[in-house]
Design a protein around this ligand. Structure first.
Ligand SMILES: CC(=O)SCCNC(=O)CCNC(=O)[C@H](O)C(C)(C)COP(=O)(O)OP(=O)(O)OC[C@H]1O[C@@H](n2cnc3c(N)ncnc32)[C@H](O)[C@@H]1OP(=O)(O)O
Ligand SMILES: CC(C)C(=O)C(=O)O
Length: 795
């Protein structure tokens, strides 16, 4: 079986180095872009399994023009009808801008040269390009020509081109330039190449300075030597060709050894003026030199390339759709992975690089200085090619905390503290280890939201802040120096606990410690704050505060608490800074409690006044959605105090709401002594409404009527007709509860009852609810009456 040789020298010979004394190119640097020629539509096209169609060539040509190419080899017109027609199409449809020279290639054959001229009739600016191979192998094997015959072939056909160029220029007002390629230049004796080119120049006879320069295109038809050798050959040729000022030295490197870029760059140092190549290095075998890479190599050295790849994706799309050859993901500048770092230390450096650069650029901008790009691992700003920073960092098992933090910052605008980065990194590492795949940005942001219950109702944890207020109170401890005592903060808030709204209260030096105190008091969650950081996001009216909190479990020893190895991080975002801190506490606390069962929430009423009447009514708001009138709050607080007398002042939230409902008859089964049946109102001439209806009084339905200023007083009047003494309404209020079709009115009525001869008046509150607001008011009044010792008249 054939295999690699142990001694390859038995099969392959080395290149013969050029003896070039005092070579100049190694100490030179490139300071300006060469003239570019794209040969995508010729050398690139001829190497394709399926050469481009006319439409594809047209799309490609337009792209090349858009990128800024001023010299474009558009075809080998004598090769095929497609190529010939394409040239005609461009000319006849005015596709060629005035400042663009089209170039066509022809072998040194009369029929093909004539055909090539026919193809370009009418074009304004044409470079006729003729080639014949010079090297010993081609002389001996392909053409079977001596050196003299080889020279003769080149000069005879150059002469023909000169004649035809003159004719066409005169008859069609065209401008011609001439390019001659001593094909296989790098494998040819240098002196012989020079001899042929001198002869061609002489026959051409029109070489002059500037635009009239003859182009000698010196191809590395096959790359057979290292790039320094090509540079030597070019430097030698440049030094020895006569009338150098009348000659453009052009390079045409191929990439057989994978060093076409280096060869082109070194040969430009060697004195070349021009480079022929293809976008992304398409072309015969391993391709022509890649012009995108060459141009962007200059760009990243601060040299204007005069080629514009601002929308590299468009360039990629057009080229790949025309060539049917994909771009390697690691292709310089254009591969989909070239601006991406997977590995942790690269990501870390890039993240720090961006942060440092932002600061540096802001300073430079303020001083009117240039904002130089200087980033670890990134020689070019992806934005210059129309790429986003989206793919700069991608995460897998090789990634570290910095990369993950970078993505969190990019996508959630959160600048995580270092220790929190470490904590979250573990979460992501678990995912990538478990799933053995790349962790996408979406995976990361979702994991972040889930871990820290961040990002709205979908991610809410077991505990979530609903509303709060912070009040300042003087510290109970006096200061030694006679200064006024420090203020303390009281947190009063409603939090959702496992979906149920709860009211909690706590005290502390600040809002955060007050909330932590409330959690300890009401939910037996005993944690200590270890770290708190915050920053702003957004600007102007939309600006928000983000807080990061680290909590540790409280222990008896303060030092030990601070050193605790286990900690929980939380994050909170809110337009209000205090709220963002409180949300961050609850975010961390959600991790602290995990699935642990929480104690039933209790209020503490009485001597150890932890909860007062506002607190009690907050529970009712949260549990039942009822906003109690102020006096009803006071009244109910008394009821609660009375009730909790025997239970050490403690009452659970659930018991509290039940007590409220039972007391005021709100949505309970028991109808009370007085309840409402069917009713209607009639208008009395010159008076208020007349209530006519049924009331169930102590289990018996009675037909009643009553008159008043309004519906409620008319209904009370109707009730009054059935009882001894007087009943009057002291306070009435109402609001709606529920939403949409479930909305209903809830009424609060306080009735005062006076029985002649009784020691004092009685008052009681009652609640009623109904979809009809009038009915809800009457029901509330009947509820209040039910709570009073009203004496009913005999039926
Ligand atoms: C390094 C390069 O990339 S050079 C450009 C190469 N591009 C192409 O070949 C694509 C277009 N070519 C074609 O369509 C065809 O080859 C044509 C139309 C040019 C010629 O086709 P044909 O006449 O069938 O000849 P064929 O393709 O076999 O070419 C080989 C002949 O051309 C000769 N030849 C090769 N190069 C040249 C040249 N630069 N000048 C003159 N004759 C040449 C060969 O010696 C051979 O001659 P022979 O038939 O007398 O032995
Ligand atoms: C025609 C010449 C320039 C060529 O394509 C080559 O030598 O690769």
């Amino acid at each position: 079986m054939p295999c690699m040789l142990i001694d390859p020298s038995q099969k392959y010979g080395p290149y013969v180095p050029l003896k070039l004394d005092n070579r100049q190119w190694p100490t030179k640097t490139i300071t300006k872009a060469p003239i570019w020629l794209s040969t995508d539509l010729r050398d690139g096209n001829q190497a394709l399994a399926c050469p481009m169609t006319l439409e594809q060539k047209l799309t490609f040509f337009r792209l090349l023009v858009k990128c800024g190419f001023k010299e474009i080899e558009i075809a080998f017109p004598s090769a095929s009808d497609t190529d010939f027609s394409f040239v005609r199409y461009l000319i006849e449809n005015n596709e060629i801008p005035d400042d663009v020279w089209i170039q066509v290639l022809t072998p040194a054959r009369e029929d093909l040269i004539r055909r090539s001229f026919e193809s370009v009739v009418g074009a304004k600016h044409v470079i006729m390009h003729m080639y014949n191979a010079l090297c010993p192998m081609f002389r001996n094997v392909v053409f079977c020509n001596s050196k003299a015959q080889t020279i003769e072939l080149a000069t005879r056909h150059t002469k023909l081109i000169r004649e035809l160029a003159d004719q066409y220029a005169a008859s069609h007002r065209m401008k011609f330039r001439y390019e001659y390629s001593p094909e296989t230049f790098t494998q040819t004796e240098l002196e012989f190449s020079l001899e042929v080119c001198e002869a061609v120049k002489e026959v051409w006879g029109k070489a002059g300075p500037g635009i009239d320069r003859i182009i000698f295109n010196l191809p590395a038809t096959v790359e057979v030597a290292p790039p320094n050798h090509y540079a030597d050959q070019i430097e030698y040729f440049c030094a020895h060709i006569s009338e150098r000022e009348k000659v453009i030295i052009s390079l045409h490197p191929h990439n057989d050894r994978g060093t076409a870029i280096a060869a082109a760059e070194l040969a430009v140092l060697g004195g070349a003026d021009r480079v022929e190549g293809c976008l992304f290095g398409n072309g015969e075998r391993t391709g022509n030199v890649d012009l995108v890479t060459l141009a962007l190599n200059l760009y990243t050295q601060g040299i204007t390339p005069y080629l514009d790849f601002s929308d590299i994706q468009e360039v990629i799309d057009v080229v790949t759709s025309c060539n049917n050859i994909p771009i390697h993901p690691r292709h310089p500048y254009a591969g989909e992975l070239v601006f991406t770092a997977f590995s942790g230390s690269h990501q870390d450096a890039i993240k720090k690089g961006f942060e440092a650069q932002d600061i540096r650029h802001a300073k430079n901008a303020a001083n009117g200085e240039s904002q130089m790009w200087d980033m670890p691992y990134m020689p070019l700003d992806p934005a210059d090619l129309g790429c986003t920073y989206e793919a700069v960092i991608r995460v897998n098992a090789q990634s570290g905390k910095a990369g993950i933090a970078y993505l969190v910052k990019q996508h959630l605008q959160l600048d995580l503290p270092r220790k929190m980065q470490i904590a979250f990194y573990k979460v992501i590492q678990d995912i990538s280890d478990r799933e053995a795949r790349e962790v996408t940005v979406e995976d990361i942001t979702t994991a972040f939201r889930q871990t820290y219950h961040f990002g709205g109702p979908n991610y809410e944890g077991r505990l979530a802040l609903r509303s709060f207020h912070i009040t300042a109170e003087p510290s109970p401890h006096s200061t030694d120096n006679g200064e006024p005592p420090d203020e303390r903060r009281r947190f009063d808030g409603t939090i959702s606990v496992d979906g149920v709204l709860r009211v909690i209260r706590g005290d502390g030096n600040g809002p955060i410690s007050a909330l932590i105190d409330a959690l300890r008091t009401h939910l037996e969650i005993d944690v200590t704050l270890r770290e708190y950081l915050e920053h702003g996001v957004g600007g102007g009216q939309d600006s928000k505060a983000v807080s990061y909190i680290e909590l540790v479990a409280t222990t008896d020893d303060v030092k030990e608490t601070r050193r605790a190895s286990e900690s929980w991080w939380g994050v909170g975002l809110d337009s209000d800074m205090v709220a963002s801190g409180l949300r961050a506490v609850l975010s961390a606390v959600n991790s602290v409690i995990g699935d642990r069962e929480l104690p039933e929430l209790k209020l503490s009423i009485g001597s150890n006044v932890t909860s007062d009447k506002s607190h009690v009514s907050d529970v009712i708001v949260n549990a039942l959605g009822l906003e109690l009138p102020r006096r009803l709050q006071a009244s109910f607080f008394e009821v609660v105090q009375h009730k909790t007398h025997e239970s050490d002042g403690k009452i659970s939230h659930d018991d509290l709401s039940r007590l409220f409902q039972d007391t005021y008859g709100y949505e309970v089964e028991d109808k009370g002594r007085f309840s409402l049946g069917d009713f209607l109102f009639e208008r009395v001439d010159g008076g208020g409404p007349l209530f006519k209806g049924e009331m169930e009084i102590e289990g018996v339905v009675r037909k009643v009527t009553g008159e008043g200023n309004g519906p409620l007083s008319a209904a009370i009047d109707a009730l009054l007709s059935q009882v001894e003494g007087t009943l009057s309404c002291r306070e009435y209020s109402e609001h709606s509860v529920g939403e949409g079709s479930d909305v209903k009115a809830v009424s609060f009525v306080e009735l005062v009852y006076e029985l002649p001869g009784a020691a004092k008046k009685e008052a009681a509150w009652g609640l009623g609810s109904d979809t009809d607001i009038t009915a809800s008011g009457i029901r509330a009044a009947l509820r209040a009456a039910s709570r009073l010792d009203v004496v009913v008249k005999k039926a």
